[in-house]
Design a protein around this ligand. Structure first.
Ligand SMILES: Cc1cc2nc3c(=O)[nH]c(=O)nc-3n(C[C@H](O)[C@H](O)[C@H](O)COP(=O)(O)OP(=O)(O)OC[C@H]3O[C@@H](n4cnc5c(N)ncnc54)[C@H](O)[C@@H]3O)c2cc1C
Length: 355
C-alpha cells in the first residue's frame, strides 16, 4: 500500500493527527501494532486533564462531541508543610473551563471510533509513504533523565463527592494531583520508588489514611479507593523532531513528568501544527516542509518541557528557606490577577499560535 502520510501509532496523538489530515483530504494511513500488543499498552485507569486548546483541536478533528468529560472550573495549588496557596479559575483565563478530565481508555476508544467513522485506513503492516510520522509513544532512542519518582495512579471516592475543582499539592516527595472525574477523583501521586511501592501495596484503609495525611481534608474525606498502579517517571527527549521523510509527535518526541498534566496537551499541539504545515504541501516529506514544522514546534515544546521539569523538582525537600520562597511565590500568584491569567493561559495554550 502507498500513502501520502503513514502515521505509526494509533494512540491519542496519532489518531487526532489522522483525523485532522483526513479533514484536509490528505491520504493518511494509521499503522498500529497488532491488537494484542496495543491492548497491553493501554493503562487500566489514567485520568487525563485536557486543556481548552486541546478541546479546540479535538473539535476541529471532529472528535470532541462524543467525549464525556468533567470540566475543571478551578485549580487549587498548595504545598504540604508550608504556607501559601494559589487558586485559578476559568474566569481568570477567560475560557469556559480550565480543562476537561476523562480517562485515557475512554478518550482512545472515542478517537478510534471516530477514525473508523471517518474511514481512515488502519493497518498493521508497513506502508510506503512520502512522510512517516512517529506517534508510537515513549521512544527508547530518546535521551533520558530519571526523576527517581514513580507515579501512583488510582481512582478515589470522597465525601462529599468531587465536583469541578482540581487540586495540585506539592509534597516534599513529589507532586500529588486530584482531578475530578464523574463525581470521583483521579489521583496521580508522584513519590520516591520505595514509597510508591508502599502506597500501592498498602491495603485500602492505609492508602486512604496516607492520602489524607499528605493532602489534608480540603477535598473532603477519602472514603474508597480503586485499584492502584505505579509507573516510573522520566523525561525523554529526542534531539531532533524530524529526520529524512520523518516527523515525531507526542510522546515519541517528548515524554514529560505528569505534573500539571501537559504531555498529551503538548502532543495534540504537535499534531495540530504538523497538520497546518502539511496543508497544501505537494510533497509532505519535503525537507523544507519538515524544517518549517520543527521551527514551529521549537519554542512551545522547549518552554513546556522546562516548566514541567522545573515543577517536578522545585517543591522537593524540606528546606525551610525553599519552603518560604515557594510559599511567597504561591501567594504572589494568588493575589496577582495578571500573573494568574498569564500562567493559566500559558498552561492552556502553550506557546503555540492556536486561537
Ligand atoms: C500518570 C500519568 C498522568 C498523565 N496525565 C496527563 C494529563 O492530565 N494531561 C496530559 O496532557 N497528559 C497527561 N499524561 C501524559 C499522556 O498520557 C501522554 O502524553 C499521552 O498519552 C501521549 O500520547 P501519544 O499518542 O503520543 O502516545 P501513547 O499514549 O503512548 O500512544 C502510543 C500508541 O502507539 C502504539 N505503538 C507503540 N509502538 C508502536 C509501533 N512500533 N508501531 C505502531 N504502533 C505503536 C501504542 O500501542 C499506543 O497505542 C499523563 C501521563 C501519565 C503517565
Amino acid at each position: 500500500m502507498r500513502a501520502d502520510v503513514a502515521i505509526h501509532g494509533a494512540g491519542p496523538v496519532g489518531c487526532a493527527l489522522a483525523l485532522l489530515l483526513r479533514r484536509q483530504g490528505r491520504a493518511a494511513v494509521l499503522v498500529q501494532q497488532r491488537e494484542a500488543a496495543a491492548r497491553s499498552f493501554r493503562p487500566a485507569f489514567r485520568p487525563l486533564a485536557l486543556s481548552h486548546a486541546s478541546r479546540l483541536i479535538l473539535e476541529r478533528a471532529g472528535a470532541w462531541r462524543a467525549l464525556a468529560v468533567t470540566p475543571i472550573a478551578a485549580i487549587h495549588v498548595s504545598q504540604q508543610r508550608g504556607f501559601g496557596r494559589a487558586c485559578m479559575s476559568a474566569a481568570d483565563a477567560g475560557v469556559p473551563a480550565l480543562g476537561y478530565v476523562l480517562d485515557y481508555g475512554t478518550l482512545l476508544d472515542a478517537l478510534l471510533a471516530r477514525v473508523r467513522e471517518a474511514r481512515v485506513p488502519v493497518q498493521s503492516e508497513p506502508v510506503e509513504a512520502l512522510l512517516a510520522v512517529h506517534a508510537e509513544g515513549t521512544s527508547e532512542e530518546a535521551s533520558r533523565k530519571d526523576y527517581r519518582q514513580q507515579a501512583v495512579v488510582a481512582e478515589v471516592q470522597t465525601r462529599p463527592g468531587a465536583t469541578t475543582t482540581a487540586w495540585e499539592r506539592f509534597t516534599p516527595e513529589g507532586p500529588l494531583a486530584l482531578l475530578p472525574i464523574a463525581g470521583k477523583y483521579g489521583v496521580v501521586w508522584s513519590a520516591r520508588p520505595e514509597r510508591a511501592r508502599e502506597l500501592c501495596d498498602a491495603d485500602e484503609s492505609r492508602f486512604l489514611a496516607a492520602l489524607a495525611q499528605a493532602f489534608g481534608r480540603r477535598a473532603g474525606a477519602f472514603v474508597a479507593a480503586g485499584a492502584r498502579a505505579r509507573l516510573p517517571l522520566s523525561l525523554r527527549l529526542r534531539s531532533e523532531r524530524t529526520g529524512e521523510r520523518a516527523a515525531y509527535v507526542g510522546n515519541a518526541a517528548q515524554t514529560l513528568h505528569p505534573v500539571a498534566g501537559q504531555g498529551l496537551n503538548l502532543g495534540l499541539r504537535d499534531a495540530w501544527d504538523l497538520a497546518q504545515v502539511l496543508q497544501g504541501a505537494p510533497d509532505p516529506g519535503d525537507a523544507r516542509v519538515l524544517q518549517a514544522f520543527a521551527a514551529l514546534r521549537r519554542f512551545d515544546a522547549t518552554a513546556t518541557v522546562r516548566i514541567t521539569d522545573f515543577l517536578a523538582g522545585a517543591f522537593l525537600g524540606e528546606s525551610p528557606l525553599r519552603g518560604l520562597t515557594r510559599g511567597m511565590g504561591l501567594t504572589a500568584l494568588d493575589i496577582c490577577l495578571p500573573a494568574r491569567r498569564f500562567f493559566a493561559r500559558r498552561m492552556i495554550y502553550g506557546a503555540s499560535a492556536l486561537p
